[in-house]
Design a protein. Sequence first.
Length: 546
Amino acid sequence: MADAKPLDGGRTAPAGPGQSAAATGRPQGTLFKGTRLVGTFFGSDGPSGTTWHCTGSVIDTSVRNVVLTAAHCALNMNGDYVFVPQFVQGAGPDQQPYGIFHIQHVYIDPRYTPDKGSSTTKGPSSDLDTAFARVSPNQNGQSLQDAVGGGLTFTRPTSYTQKNVTVVGYPAYQHNSTGQAVKCTVPTTQLPAYRQLAMTCGGFYGGTSGSPWITDYQDDAHTGHVIGNLGGYNGGGNDANVDYISYAPAFGADAANLLANAVAGQDPPANQPPYLGLQLPGGAARWQKATLMASADYTGDLIGDLLVVWSDGGVTLYPGDGQGAFGAEKWLLKANSTWTHARSITGGTFGGTRPGLLVRWSDGEVTLYPALSASGVGREVQMAKPNSDWKNVVQLTSGQFHGAKGATDVLARRTDGSLMLYTAIRSGSFGTGKRLVGANGTWTKAALLAGGALKGTAGADLLVRWSDGSLDSYTGVSAAGLGTRSRLVGPNTTWQHAQVMTTGNLTSDHTGDDLVVRWSDGETSLYADTGAKALGTENTLVRPGT
């Protein structure tokens, strides 16, 4: 093992010329005997040697044999590796307090893509630098959790800003000849532009990669809540590799899915789209004020863009890149009182050669902006006068509901639950109107509508989020009716928090099946390639708590 490739990178730079971290006034980690829920890894020479690499922690699961670490560590766990909880240097395998546990299989998100010639990356997929390992029983036949008497609870943080997080890890031998663990309790912030936590504390050299970030740590506790692991950008540190700056991917849906794979003993799907990272500027507090959204090709590049109307009346456009990411924010209108009265919007090719935006205002007026672009909202065409019957329309959504090229049609849900379909809309005219559903109590509970191309071939489909949190699709919507209904999500409290949603052509399949959802806490998600019977792959565009 003395010749083995290290599992993690450097993290060797001192705090500064001739200075320690403590001398500069920064927090400094404390060496101690360790805790039962945290350990380190060894190769073929076992725990009697001095070549421990990376840090792992025990996760509480139903299978009772799962270890958390960093993906850039797990990538190099080839051959016979063991996990040793609360490692004691100099003690043989039989003298370790909880025994040794051989690694059976590691689980890494296949979208984690290290830079060439490295196991780490500075790219967006560094957000996925989390791994889980399944281990076999120790030499006494005990499962990992039975041996140590507990496990950490996998927890998704609600904010990057935490008052007290304790990080426990094992610095490599050259910085820690006693083989002790280091711990530090400090506040955390966000690593800008990444879905990662950041802390400042000295002593976290190479070897601490994978260290758990625990919100309620107690020495030798049997449980606790872990919200991330040391890793991420550049393997968990800044470009200078100093020992006092550390990062950790903040656990979200990606890590939760990976843990579920580990518990089930199934490798994650290998054919997932590339990970895109955080794609929309501004934090969750700002995105709570995104009151309306629409998607269409407003930049003329045949790729969907995202338009947002804010609570202060501002209007912004985010040009899509066709891969689920967005270009620089473009302000079409600064804050103003007029657009605070916009109540529903939808984008479509309403009789023109390029997409426009249809707006229903608070007084019942409806206007069309047929030439909206990255340069501005353009001219306004009145479609319905103030105090018209359109004041009773709650929601609008567009689609290809009569087979025309482009989203030339609109579904309108009224306050009495009735549904109207307007086909072949053009400037100054709503075309042909037909009532698809009469007044009823069921459709008064339709909280959100979004037209799309859920079968990937046409735009004649509809997504409905109901008041109980359930999500249904209707495929083949036309003047003949609502088509075939399928349930994507049953009643639940999570989707009751979906406040705004739209669909668009935002990813590489170039169909309008990408669902964008803004949640009540400001988190914004992209469900790429959503189908008629299942949500697509979730990508976080705006992280909650930012």
